[in-house]
Design a protein around this ligand. Structure first.
Ligand code: ADP
Ligand code: ADP
Length: 214
């Protein structure tokens, strides 16, 4: 089963991807997490990506496409995978198609901009895994501590309100046309489903599951 999760920054993609990947027993592939790991390791990729990420711009398509094509051909993806945060442009979506990486579902999480700005001000992230929490809506068991590893949590540099607003602008300009592309496909595969991302995390998860034929 191959699924992509789409939606604006802060829609809850990472939160739902973690639950869904565990439920389906397939790996979660998050381009944002892969890029942040590259930045913290100081690799060539990290050096290329950092400036774009810090200012809330998209990393160039060619860099991202290479990264994802390599990752999805790894052995752990042979039974499928869940893509979180990729594709984000029409060029990326078409590259996925050209590479013969077929999809079963495209799930769009819908949340409005003001709710997102509010959410992002409370997001806490675990740098090692990409797990995210929220100070009020989805708190860790112990304040500022990851539930699974016990590592400290951080607030992402790009979650400042000004950068979040810029990322939302980038989303509406560069990613929304790609969502329209998937929405408009007349084939059954991939099946496009739209899910409201507002409400409790578990309620949103149930909504997603009810749309998938599993
Ligand atoms: P969020 O989950 O809040 O949407 P991500 O962690 O997915 O944010 O992405 C953080 C940053 O990484 C983006 O602002 C962008 O700079 C870069 N990035 C991640 N995925 C992609 C992608 N598919 N194409 C281009 N840039 C990307
Ligand atoms: P994305 O990967 O789409 O950027 P995240 O999964 O990191 O989004 O979620 C963004 C923030 O919103 C996090 O702080 C997360 O804990 C919180 N969040 C996720 N789902 C919900 C929800 N249903 N209601 C309220 N807050 C949520």
């Amino acid at each position: 089963m191959r699924i992509i999760l789409l939606g604006p920054p802060g829609a809850g993609k990472g939160t739902q991807a973690e639950k869904l990947a565990a439920h389906l027993n397939i790996p979660k592939i998050s381009t944002g997490d892969m890029l942040r790991a590259a930045v913290s390791e100081g690799t060539d990729l990290g050096r290329q990506a950092q400036e774009y990420m810090d200012s809330g711009k998209l990393v160039p398509d060619a860099v991202i496409i290479d990264l994802v094509e390599n990752r999805v051909s790894a052995p752990d993806c042979k039974n499928g995978c869940l893509l979180d945060g990729f594709p984000r442009t029409l060029v990326q979506a078409k590259a996925l198609d050209r590479a013969g990486i077929d999809l079963d579902y495209v799930v769009e999480l819908v949340v409005d901009d003001e709710e997102i700005v509010q959410r992002m001000s409370g997001r806490l992230s675990h740098p090692g895994s990409g797990r995210s929490y929220h100070k009020i809506f989805n708190p860790p068991k112990v304040e500022w501590v990851d539930d699974i590893t016990g590592d400290p949590l951080v607030q992402r540099e790009d979650d400042k309100e000004e950068t979040v607003r810029h990322r939302l602008h980038v989303y509406h300009k560069q990613t929304a046309p790609m969502v329209e592309f998937y929405r408009g496909l007349s084939t059954d595969c991939p099946k496009f489903v739209e899910v409201q991302g507002v409400g409790k995390v578990d309620e949103v998860f149930e909504r997603i599951l009810s749309e998938l034929n599993i």
